[in-house]
Design a protein around this ligand. Structure first.
Ligand code: FMN
Length: 189
């Protein structure tokens, strides 16, 4: 395969993250029931994400111009990136549906992912309960690039569940790449 079709497959598949932003006019708070928090959030699967700097810790996202995620970030730069375990991947993919703006993907049938409110320098943000990895981020720059907009963001806080890390994709171990599937079997997860 060559050309545009090949480019669609090139470097893929990558592990999608779930980007969680706060919808316009909403404020979330510690102590609110998860369903009330969910109503105010936007959640979108995103594969085009990459670390691009250790110091300061930066990531880049590529977002389609019309995305609600982008709309939210331009107004309110706080967001979280969440990596879910393999069992929850199907539920993450369901968040790729596009309900009308303001209707949370987290409340779509079958999604069943709960938010947990945590802090960021810009106020409360939500991570996904049980996420294997998450990062609290702040969008710094927006650069229209090709048919997407690159969002450069600073990572304020990051969490990695070291044991369950191996369920989520390729991992770097002892100076080589290993495939999670093997690790799974070796360690009897
Ligand atoms: C696995 C997966 C990965 C995706 N990665 C991206 C991505 O990196 N950038 C993007 O703009 N859309 C991506 N999409 C599509 C968006 O998730 C989708 O268009 C979504 O409806 C956008 O949500 P939003 O409007 O709430 O931001 C992906 C979809 C899936 C299922």
């Amino acid at each position: 395969m060559k050309g545009a079709d090949a480019f669609k497959l090139f470097l893929g598949p990558t592990v999608p993250t779930l980007l969680v932003t706060v919808n316009e006019g909403q404020e979330i708070d510690h102590g609110e029931p998860p369903a009330d928090v969910s109503r105010k959030l936007n959640a979108a699967p995103s594969s085009w994400v990459q670390k691009v700097s250790y110091d300061p810790p930066l990531v880049v996202l590529a977002q389609k111009p019309g995305n609600d995620t982008l709309r939210n970030l331009r107004r309110d730069p706080r967001f979280t990136m969440n990596v879910l375990s393999g069992e929850k991947m199907q539920r993450l993919l369901l968040c790729g549906q596009r309900p009308p703006y303001g209707e949370s993907e987290l409340l779509l049938p079958g999604v069943d992912l709960d938010p947990v409110v945590t802090h960021s320098t810009l106020g409360p943000v939500a991570v996904i309960d049980g996420a294997v990895q998450w990062a609290v981020c702040r969008a710094l720059e927006f650069r229209p690039t090709g048919d997407h907009v690159l969002v450069i963001a600073e990572v304020e806080r990051v969490f990695v569940d070291e044991v369950r890390l191996h369920r989520t994709g390729l991992y770097w171990n002892k100076k080589t790449f290993a495939w999670i599937g093997n690790k799974f079997e070796e360690e009897g997860y």
